[in-house]
Design a protein around this ligand. Structure first.
Ligand code: FES
Ligand code: FES
Length: 174
């Protein structure tokens, strides 16, 4: 990786800048162009392929990650905007080798079929619980309207996530 501290341009005139951020608690530094999305940086440069790419136009939600705790569509988020910020992906959801309760709930509750929407659903619902620990099934349904799932019909998916919320409140997880 070329290390540069300020903006430079290559022979085609394309600008390159250093991006420094934290990803799942680990510092990362790499050179990017202003055209690269956070999704591209995560998947193609940092090999964090748990975050999916679907429509690449902000219409499906499968690319959802958290930036400073907020759920965002990484395909629409310029990588350079993440400078100095904390990014969390599905790879950073579990702790100490254990799945996050939302992950366990989705698997055990039949909320995963093909799984393509799952990372985005998890990151969006996790951010929602962090913002509002009393999140209920209606809140989840509203939030996840931006995360398209072509398989589950949402019923089991929402039931599983809402059930996990009850468990997390009992366990003091949220
Ligand atoms: S890939 Fe980002 S919203 Fe579809
Ligand atoms: S489980 Fe297949 S798209 Fe949601």
């Amino acid at each position: 990786m070329t290390q540069i501290d300020s903006s430079t341009a290559d022979e085609t005139g394309t600008e390159h800048r250093m991006l420094r951020l934290t990803v799942n608690g680990d510092p990362a530094a790499l050179v990017v162009t202003p055209y690269e999305s956070l999704n591209s940086v995560l998947r193609d440069r940092l090999n964090l392929t748990g975050t999916k790419r679907g429509c690449d136009t902000g219409g499906c939600g499968t690319c959802t990650v958290q930036v400073d705790g907020q759920a965002i569509y990484s395909c629409m988020y310029p990588a350079l905007r993440a400078e100095g910020r904390s990014v969390r992906t599905v790879e950073g959801l579990g702790r100490d080798g254990e799945h996050h309760p939302l992950q366990t709930a989705l698997v055990e509750g039949g909320g995963v079929q093909c799984g393509y929407c799952t990372p985005g659903v998890l990151m969006a619902s996790c951010a929602l619980y962090a913002e509002n620990p009393d999140t209920d099934a209606d809140d989840l349904a509203e939030e996840l309207a931006g995360n398209l799932c072509r398989c589950t019909g949402y019923v089991k998916l929402i039931e599983a996530l809402a059930g996990a919320g009850e468990q997390m409140r009992r366990d003091g997880h949220v």
